[in-house]
Design a protein around this ligand. Structure first.
Ligand code: SF4
Ligand code: SF4
Length: 223
């Protein structure tokens, strides 16, 4: 049996799926060096709302510091991108040898050769959910989304996810405009932006508590 539910990490909501540890979905296949990384092939972007949260505690600042110091971090005006690895040589070789799985919902086979720098094989994400990008916290794979058996049960989750993302996008824009008002962007003056965000109060979002969705074993794509 598996569950889809909302988990809170210091008030920050995350959509969790307990079947991920037994994932057998095509999108979860890794042909890179790092196996068992679920579908964490993403290169995460950290937006002002997440950076602001990091700026509000010593622990968060240490996380931000480690993100900034990573070799493949790119600081943009309004977000921080941490590039994942991509084994292009192996990808091209396996394509040539016809060894790359094709079909299903995967249109870009490079995902099999990509890995997020925060994932550890078999143990998942090393970032606390409260510091993860909301894209990660609210990702649902298409196998779950498109399964007619729980499509209806997912509707309140999708509705609340949409509302929450709308709130976060509004907050991101407000923070970007407030920083610009002070002549700040992350790229131009990262330390100045951090000091600025430390002093801006965080607007909380009251994410509703939703009924967990129970998925019987014979319906678990991760099983
Ligand atoms: S979200 Fe879906 S594809 Fe990703 S690890 Fe979980 S079960 Fe697998
Ligand atoms: S930041 Fe964490 S949850 Fe997001 S893709 Fe990377 S390992 Fe996965």
């Amino acid at each position: 049996m598996a569950f889809i539910y909302i988990d809170f990490d210091e008030g920050i909501p995350r959509l969790a799926y307990s079947g991920c540890s037994r994932c057998s979905s095509l999108i979860g296949v890794s042909l890179s060096q790092i196996k068992n990384r679920g579908c964490c092939y993403y290169s995460p972007k950290f937006y002002p709302v997440e950076i602001q949260r990091m700026c509000h505690s010593e622990e968060g600042l240490a996380v931000l510091d480690s993100i900034i110091s990573m070799p493949d971090t790119v600081i943009h005006d309004d977000h921080i991108l941490v590039k994942g690895s991509y084994d292009i040589i192996l990808h091209e070789k396996m394509m040539k040898d016809g060894l790359v799985p094709l079909g299903g919902n995967v249109t870009d086979t490079s995902v099999f050769f990509r890995t997020c720098p925060f994932v550890r094989s078999g143990s998942g994400c090393t970032l606390s959910p409260r510091y993860r990008s909301y894209v990660c916290n609210f990702f649902i794979c298409s196998e779950i989304l498109d399964n007619p058996d729980y499509k209806d049960k997912l509707k309140p989750y999708l509705r609340e996810r949409e509302n929450y993302i709308r709130f976060l996008e509004w907050e991101n824009n407000q923070l970007i405009m407030a920083m610009r008002g002070e002549g700040l962007t992350f790229r131009k003056n990262l330390n100045g932006a951090i000091e600025f965000l430390k002093n801006i109060g965080i607007n909380q979002y009251d994410f509703p508590k939703l009924e967990p969705i129970v998925i019987p074993d014979n319906h678990t794509i991760g099983a």
